[in-house]
Design a protein around this ligand. Structure first.
Ligand code: HEM
Length: 232
């Protein structure tokens, strides 16, 4: 295995995982006040609503598609659910495709808003602008792989026999870079950009993902009262 493949499929992923863990601990212990999505809704509402809704709802399905495709071995689905690879791919391309398209449209709307709307652009930090371009690239290559690569190539590349076991091998600390060497370049770029996203995650507004609004459930009701004599 040459050094380059060792770097790309062993050293770089572990570097990004370490950066994201240390970065989150550092950010949480030094910057809790800014642990939010820092919404710019008050600057521009309409486009944000469409962009954010399409992106977040689309990505929830994409996320669970990745959990299914990356974390659950193909043999388990074939043997226990009786779904062969062909059927699995048809479902992945259709549902993953629809969810992926919603995610692509959503993130593109948010990109044009972030760069195109003067007020939003002026109040955006370098990190805000960088992370949205990175997400557009990750998602763009992802959707290219799911729809265009799968539908245009007769190749029988099955990521669940290469990328998925490689991904799992990282978390049992016996990384196998040879599984990634023959993956199509667009899949490799998607995975590397995704790990770069994990690496910069703690230094961007993506930290809002971890802020589940649990407190809201326990929070006391806010009672609004009209002042005496105030006209209805
Ligand atoms: C920031 C993280 C990531 C984002 C935003 C993302 C986004 C996407 C999107 C939108 C798609 C197309 C829709 C779909 O098939 O679900 C996709 C496909 C894909 N992603 Fe990701 N992804 C991420 C991380 C990863 C990682 C870490 C891996 C593997 C290690 C991965 C492997 C794949 C594969 C193999 C496909 C193509 C599936 C197919 O051919 O059917 N993704 N991704």
């Amino acid at each position: 295995m040459n050094y380059w493949n060792q770097f790309l499929w062993v050293i770089f992923p572990y570097m990004m995982i370490a950066t994201t863990i240390i970065g989150h601990i550092y950010r949480y212990s030094t910057d809790q006040m800014d642990w939010s999505s820092r919404s710019s809704e008050f600057l521009e509402k309409k486009t944000l609503r469409w962009g954010s809704m399409l992106f977040h709802y689309g990505f929830i399905f994409v996320f669970f598609g990745h959990v299914l495709g990356l974390l659950i071995p193909e043999s388990f689905i074939t043997n226990n659910i009786g779904m062969n690879n062909e059927t699995y791919h048809k479902i992945a391309i259709s549902f993953g495709g629809i969810a992926g398209i919603a995610t692509v449209i959503g993130i593109s709307i948010l990109l044009f808003r972030r760069y195109g709307n003067k007020k939003v652009s002026k109040t955006s930090s370098f990190n805000d602008k960088f992370i949205i371009v990175l997400l557009v690239l990750v998602i763009g290559f992802g959707i290219y792989n799911t729809i265009f690569y799968n539908l245009t190539t007769t190749g029988d590349f099955n990521y669940r026999l290469s990328i998925s076991p490689w991904f799992r091998s990282l978390f049992i600390f016996s990384p196998d870079p040879s599984l990634m060497v023959h993956a199509p370049i667009t899949y490799k770029i998607h995975v590397l950009l995704a790990f770069l996203t994990f690496g910069v995650w703690p230094f961007t507004r993506l930290v809002h993902v971890w802020s589940l609004p649990i407190a809201y459930i326990k929070r006391r009701h806010i009672v609004y009262r009209r002042r005496c004599g105030e006209v209805k």
